[in-house]
Design a protein around this ligand. Structure first.
Ligand SMILES: Nc1ncnc2c1ncn2[C@@H]1O[C@H](COP(=O)(O)OP(=O)(O)OP(=O)(O)O)[C@@H](O)[C@H]1O
Length: 153
């Protein structure tokens, strides 16, 4: 199975998916989070980051581009590239240095970094449903496919 389609009835279900991901993720892993404004990308990230042990709030780093966390012995970077006007800006911030061995990278709006942002292991596409949200998870590499296998019911 290369992908998994899930219906998330409410915010709690999105948080629970983040928690489930936290249980099955081993770094290095790059997760791209696609979806319109308000589709639930930050909520999913919050569930994941808090399940890894972060106690405080999790906000989208829209202006700072990246929020770093050190959790469960790994380096976690939460990117929000919404305000990136040119993918070249990622070169200036030394993007490659963020994708080291022990790193989990969660990237909102990866389409803004096209061509420079490293490819995803796992792609998550969030979309609106008449009630709630849908999440489609796709494994893009062996490492990403392993996560899908673990998550599959
Ligand atoms: N499965 C769900 N059903 C209904 N509402 C949800 C669901 N998941 C998250 N939400 C709600 O959707 C709203 C927007 O979520 P969130 O901020 O995570 O979106 P986002 O994709 O990060 O948006 P942006 O691109 O603007 O940062 C929040 O109020 C959140 O509680």
């Amino acid at each position: 199975m290369n992908s998994l389609t899930l219906t998330l009835a409410d915010e709690g279900a999105t948080l629970a998916l983040g928690q489930a991901l936290a249980r099955h993720i081993t770094p290095p892993l790059i997760v791209h989070l696609h979806g319109d404004l308000g589709a639930g990308k930050t909520t999913l990230t919050r569930g994941l980051v808090q399940a890894l042990g972060h106690q405080g709030a999790v906000k989208s780093p829209t202006y700072t581009l990246v929020e770093p966390y050190e959790l469960s012995g790994m380096q976690v970077y939460h990117f929000d590239l919404y305000r990136l006007s040119d993918p070249e800006e990622l070169e200036f911030m030394g993007i490659r240095d963020y994708f080291a061995n022990n790193t989990l990278a969660l990237v909102e709006w990866p389409s803004k970094g096209l061509g420079i942002l490293p490819e995803a292991d796992l792609m998550v596409e969030m979309a609106y449903l008449p009630t709630g949200r849908q999440a489609i998870l796709s494994g893009m590499t062996e490492r990403g496919l392993d996560v899908i296998k673990e998550l599959a019911p």
